[in-house]
Design a protein around this ligand. Sequence first.
Ligand code: 13P
Ligand code: ZN
Length: 270
Amino acid sequence: MQSILDSSLALKAAVGDVAEVAGYLWGKGWAERNGGNIVINVTEFVNDDIRQMHAISAPLSTSGYMPHLKGSYFFCKGTNRRMRDLARWPMENGSVIRILDDCEHYEIIADKAVMPTSELPSHLAVHNYLIGKGSTYKASLHTHPTELVAMSHTNKFLEKDVLTKLLWSMIPETKAFCPRGLGIVPYMLPGSVELANATIKTLAENYDVVLWEKHGVFAIGEDVMQAFDMVDTLCKSACIYMDARMMGFEPDGMTVEQMAELSETFHLPK
Ligand code: 13P
Ligand code: ZN
């Protein structure tokens, strides 16, 4: 059977990047069973052949009115599908969807009628928000990084920017590559519209990565590699913190002066 990926080399490359990152998530131990999901906006790779493709599903709800998504196309991980399977067979474990003109429904167009992730409400709401504010970001990624989830199990790390400052101070690269820090979203039911709304509200405070309390992280980026790199960098800092604690001491962290020098030299926000 022909795949939609044969219609567009650029689409094939973008889905290839999703598969590569899915392999990293599994390798990191952040993607037990079907844990985590990735959605990328592939509208820019869609040509006339793809536009003419018929739906292979009934119209399905986007869980909200998404005015900026009219006519957009997304590649989505399938619900209940394993990241490690997405890594090897992306079109068997994910699908391409088209947002309908009413902006409240979508249809699956290829390759198979794989139902998109249960976190689609958050992913679509975030893409709608991103386009609405003129962002060039095309990727959203949700995963379960063990150390960051562990850190969300105590209230002291859930205060605004406490975790950001701690993680930034563990190694200089973290502020350099995740200069907006880590926003906090209080626990909410997975897959819910409430979680989607709270995620947008926190991202709008100018974060690229948010921590879903006792669940995981949700990251956005220009592409899926960039979104992954930010989570990876934050998690590296979390690992350093925990290793120090396991050796029996509270890590000092970089000093205020060292952080200021870093921000100044690399033109990072204060
Ligand atoms: P899906 O299998 O529906 O993508 O759900 C995984 C998950 O992590 C939900 O939060
Ligand atoms: Zn999850």
